[in-house]
Design a protein around this ligand. Structure first.
Ligand SMILES: [Zn+2]
Length: 239
């Protein structure tokens, strides 16, 4: 027999663990958050998808991505890191000049959980300012680093009418797929559906396979009748 006190303590411990486990699951959910709108994909029957590139901009890589997009006549969305944009303002201006969309991916790319409200606010506002300095004038959408958010980040975003954009196709998240451009292409082709938001990390030298896959993803999906839209364009679709 265990005493009543022990039982209460055990019950409390189990409850705390359950709450922490639930919070962890929610913090990394692509489709749920406590406040404001989260968009992992768009509901539509139209064969449209959005290509989104996270991190950077990185000199020496941005131009390669832009030239593929230009050849294919595709507009994409770049969720840039404020710190990288500040270091490489020219790269940001090139992305904007080519007609692509810039999104906010925080200033320092830290996980935005267990952070103070003022830290969260400065991470986002600073990056928005840098995005404006790069010449981007349309609405700026937000994507949390590592997809992580819990309470204060979604609260700040919803209070300031910012949309949280996640994704529903993420080949880079599986090491065995990310290691091979052909597998990345095959994964994206298999998982994409009308309204999908595709996440790729091409702004690192270590992600050469992802960069190599961009052309094949575009031509493959075009071959299936898809066209490419920016995140903002996707958000205006109503059927
Ligand atoms: Zn990132």
């Amino acid at each position: 027999m265990i005493g009543k006190r022990t039982r209460v303590t055990l019950t409390a411990a189990v409850a705390i663990i359950a709450v922490i486990a639930a919070a962890f699951q929610i913090s990394k959910s692509r489709t749920f958050q406590f406040f404001g709108e989260i968009v992992p994909r768009v509901n539509t029957r139209q064969k449209v998808v959005a290509l989104t590139f996270d991190d950077g901009p990185t000199p020496g890589i941005t131009e390669g991505v832009l030239s593929i997009l230009n050849e294919e006549g595709v507009k994409a969305t770049f969720f840039v890191i404020g710190e990288d944009l500040e270091r490489n303002p020219e790269e940001g201006r090139k992305i904007v000049a080519a007609g692509h969309e810039l999104g906010n991916h925080t200033y320092s790319h830290e996980r935005m959980v267990l952070k103070t409200p003022s830290f969260i606010e400065s991470e986002i506002e600073r990056t928005d300012q840098l995005i404006r300095q790069a010449g981007y004038q349309s609405a700026i959408h937000f994507r949390p680093p590592y997809g992580k958010k819990l309470i204060l980040l979604p609260y700040f975003l919803s209070k300031t009418s910012r949309k949280t954009i996640t994704w529903d196709v993420e080949p880079d998240s599986y090491p065995e797929i990310a290691a091979d451009a052909n597998r990345i292409i095959a994964h994206v082709m298999e998982k994409s559906s009308p309204g999908s938001i595709i996440l790729l990390h091409v702004m690192y030298k270590s992600r050469g396979e992802s960069l190599k896959a961009v052309k094949g993803i575009i031509t493959g999906l075009k071959g299936e009748g898809y066209s490419f839209k920016t995140v903002s364009e996707m958000l205006t679709i109503t059927d």
